[in-house]
Design a protein around this ligand. Structure first.
Ligand SMILES: Cc1ncc(COP(=O)(O)O)c(C=O)c1O
Length: 400
């Protein structure tokens, strides 16, 4: 019997020689001038990024996680505050909130999109009481300060729905745009850019992101100049003048070499996002012809009818398969050397480190179901059609 030909979940070597050369040239430039920390390379990347986004302020950071931490610190979020987010996601968002000393509160997702459900958000906020000064407080008495919706896998959250609830309760939003650079959102009030839909936001440049660095990097985004100034201070230990610390910050600086690499890759981003969308279309066609649409749920495209090119940027291609069957399909794909992964196997309210928060199974049914049914398949730019057909064929074998 012939051995299966492996299909990777992700392969950076397929971005092409033009990209490889641009990245190496950028990295070598920094190695040659030796300006490793902040400086012109970082400023140039921040300026190119805001030009790409069409506005806002960008402050490069050491990771997406550190961008979020810097933002929470700049807002003065801490003990006595409570912040709302969703439990079906990567750990960083809730982890940062917890690290500031604030209370993390969860609201459930919409299973169809995997993202914050405005109705659950509304129900949660409606369950809280105002104190005598009109401040909305959690049952533990903490002040509800912020909502952090997370754009997962490449489409935006229902931002109009979330904005409406946030406005009703007078709570600010911080966008987790870690996975969504390049996407657009068809708001009822006009087209919006992911990352600029709330006063503050952040993006991750982890290597597997649509725009990935050569290591860890991130960026904090904001709409106001004074917030950008605060963030620049906080990412550098609260300093403006060297060794004079206005506030307590951290070392959240982006490396110059990462800024240079990201700047070299940025012009390719829209093309890669388009390729990811084409791959998604090819999967849809292949799953349809394989007769599998009754057995699996394909990713939803909530804004496809908007006509916007970048309504989805397919950071991940995540299907749902019934609980018992999902694990069997995954085992078969692994056996066939086909890359796949579960994003995310344990919802955050059930993580061991959050046991003291007192949540239990059943508290967030949609998040728990997403965790037990989701399976991410290869979607990266450079993935070949024959490889996609191999993935679909292997899933068909597993389900039959
Ligand atoms: C939704 C989400 N939030 C936050 C992060 C944290 O970003 P980073 O890994 O750059 O710290 C990630 C990235 O992995 C993410 O996917």
């Amino acid at each position: 019997m012939s051995l299966p030909i492996p299909v990777p979940l992700f392969d950076l070597s397929r971005l092409g020689t033009q990209v490889d050369e641009a990245v190496c040239e950028a990295a070598l430039r920094v190695l040659r001038h030796r300006g490793y920390v902040l400086g012109a390379e970082v400023e140039a990347f921040e300026s190119d990024l805001t030009a790409y986004l069409g506005g806002g302020y960008a402050v490069g950071t050491s990771s997406g996680t550190d961008a979020q931490l810097a933002l929470l610190m700049a807002m003065g979020i801490g003990e006595g505050d409570a912040v709302i987010s969703t439990p079906y996601t990567f750990f960083a968002t809730a982890g940062c909130i917890h690290r500031t000393g604030a209370e993390i509160l969860f609201c459930d997702i919409d299973l169809a999109t995997f993202m914050m459900d405005p109705a659950s958000l509304r129900a949660l906020l409606s369950s809280f009481k105002k104190d005598t000064s009109g401040v909305l407080r959690s049952p533990k008495g903490n002040r509800i300060r912020l909502i952090v919706p997370i754009h997962l896998f490449g489409a935006c959250c229902d931002m109009d729905g979330i904005d409406a609830v946030a406005a009703e309760f007078g709570i600010e939003i911080l966008e987790d745009a870690a996975q969504i650079l390049g996407a657009k959102y068809p708001s009822a009030s006009g087209v919006k850019t992911a990352g600029l839909m709330a006063p503050t936001s952040y993006v991750s440049f982890y290597p597997s992101k649509n725009l990935g660095a050569a290591g860890d990097a991130g960026v904090a985004l904001c709409l106001e100049a004074d917030m950008a100034e605060k963030l620049r201070r906080i990412r550098n230990h609260g300093m403006e003048q060297r060794y004079y610390h206005k506030v307590v910050g951290g070392n959240f600086r982006i490396d110059a070499i990462q800024a240079a690499v990201l700047r070299a890759k940025l012009p390719f981003l829209d093309g890669w996002n388009a390729t990811r969308r084409e791959n998604a279309t090819a999967y849809r066609e292949a799953f349809t012809s394989a007769g599998l649409l009754e057995r699996i749920t394909l990713p939803s495209e909530p804004f496809a009818s908007s006509g916007l090119r970048d309504h989805h940027i397919y950071h991940q291609y995540v299907i749902r398969i019934q609980t018992g069957e999902r694990d069997a399909v995954m085992a078969h794909l692994m056996e066939q050397k086909i890359g796949c992964a579960i994003y995310y196997p344990v919802p955050l309210h059930l993580q061991e480190c959050f046991a003291s928060l007192g949540y239990k199974p059943g508290d967030f049914p949609a998040s728990e179901r997403a965790a037990s049914e989701s399976l991410a398949l290869p979607i990266f730019p450079g993935l070949r059609r024959d490889e996609q057909l191999q993935v679909v064929e292997a899933i068909k074998q597993a389900l039959n």
